[in-house]
Design a protein around this ligand. Structure first.
Ligand SMILES: C[S@@+](CC[C@H](N)C(=O)[O-])C[C@H]1O[C@@H](n2cnc3c(N)ncnc32)[C@H](O)[C@@H]1O
Ligand code: SF4
Length: 360
């Protein structure tokens, strides 16, 4: 039996649906208790999931990482912690497990956080996105700057381990001269140890599509933030992630290193790494507690491993037949060679997709 020691749980509810968001979520409806329906879905999923793991010759090991993402998992509240303890906690947590919840500013209470802490929560990912009221509005966020500052002060005062989400490529940034450094300084005043930096991915129907800054502007923003954070001791350890030493996300590293992560909740996607040549990916349907399965063979796994290795600062093992291409990347200052590995720098991360095309 192979063991899996990480769990992702998708909690698909939000108070308001931000107009740029690509993730599966539903607005909370005051007329229905959607969390009760959701809990029923999870209860049914748990038994299916156990069978599925067994069929694939997998069993649980004590959990090293748990990640509650969404949606806005913090809206599940204290009841969520009780449900998690009763229905999902049959697998013990390791003493040093990392247990993260995504929390939007303005969607938490101390009581809710304490209840989750009792279940094991010890890391929070805060959806700050921008620290400028004008851009929060453009981004269609319902939280205010004060909601963010109040929450960050609370987390700092209570010595929480927390990460911040920050968006680049925000519409009207160019026209309104978004001051990224001023926003970052405001974040950094609260001593975050981890920052996730996402470039807004806008679909063609996005209402502000005409006002998305151009690629050169976004590249400049990304490289500026990377250089600034690195000058302050942050390590750019993955395309979209920066951490002070020792504060890298253990959960996300499991994905990037091709290790197994089990999943529950609608659209929650799990990955069972069977061996170097075989893996199973499964995704929960949204209508019923059933999974869609994708089997990965040697070709798919090699492709994924290549892509994921290049995403992180650990880099990709150099093979002689590709060496001339890597030398070209080094000459163009996209990468460095280190102990048999090719490692992209921030300029390389920025054009990862095009480097991947060259490689293929
Ligand atoms: C799915 S959200 C869940 C957490 C939380 N509800 C929030 O809004 O921060 C996780 C992260 O994905 C980011 N995200 C959502 N849609 C995105 C998009 N179209 N492009 C880039 N990032 C996006 C959010 O901004 C957030 O930082
Ligand atoms: S709150 Fe987060 S998950 Fe919900 S719609 Fe906005 S970005 Fe998406």
């Amino acid at each position: 039996m192979t063991q899996v020691s990480s769990l992702y749980l998708h909690v698909p509810f939000c108070q308001h649906l931000c107009n740029y968001c690509d993730f599966y979520k539903k607005p909370l409806d005051s007329q229905r208790d959607q969390f009760l329906e959701y809990q029923d879905f999870l209860k049914n999923s748990v038994s299916q999931h156990e069978k599925f793991l067994l069929q694939n010759n997998f069993s649980w090991a004590p959990l090293e990482t748990v990640y509650l993402g969404g949606g806005t998992p913090s809206l599940w509240g204290k009841n969520g912690a009780e449900f998690f303890a009763k229905e999902l906690c049959s697998i013990p947590l390791k003493d040093d497990a990392e247990f993260t919840m995504e929390v939007d500013p303005g969607t938490w209470t101390e009581e809710m956080l304490s209840a989750w802490q009792e279940v094991g929560l010890n890391r929070i990912s805060v959806g700050t996105q921008s620290l400028n009221p004008e851009f929060l509005k453009i981004l269609d966020r319902i939280h205010s700057l004060n909601d963010s500052l109040y929450f960050l002060k609370f987390l700092q005062k209570n010595q929480w381990n927390y990460s911040l989400d920050f968006l680049l490529g925000v519409p009207f940034s160019h026209e309104k001269k978004r001051d990224i450094k001023q926003e970052l300084d405001l974040l950094l005043d609260h001593s975050p140890k981890h920052i996730s930096l996402y470039i807004l991915n806008a679909r063609s129907k996005y209402p502000h599509i005409q006002h998305i800054p151009d690629d050169d502007y976004i590249s400049e923003e990304y490289l500026f933030v990377s250089e600034y954070l690195r000058s302050l001791g942050f390590h750019h350890y993955e395309v979209s992630n920066f951490a002070l030493p020792g504060f890298e996300s253990k959960h996300n590293q499991k994905y990037w290193n091709g290790q197994g992560v089990a999943a529950l909740g609608p659209t929650g996607t799990g990955y069972l790494a069977i061996n170097d040549n075989k893996a199973t990916r499964y995704k929960w349907k949204v209508t019923k507690p059933e999974v869609e399965i994708e089997e990965l063979g040697p070709t798919e796994l090699l492709l994924e491993k290549t892509y994921l290795s290049l995403r992180t600062s650990l880099g990709l093992k150099i093979t002689p037949e590709r060496y001339p291409l890597y030398l070209d990347w080094i000459k163009k200052n996209y990468a460095t060679e280190d102990n048999g590995f090719i490692k992209l720098n921030s300029s390389g991360f920025l054009i990862l997709d095009s480097l991947m095309k060259d490689l293929l």
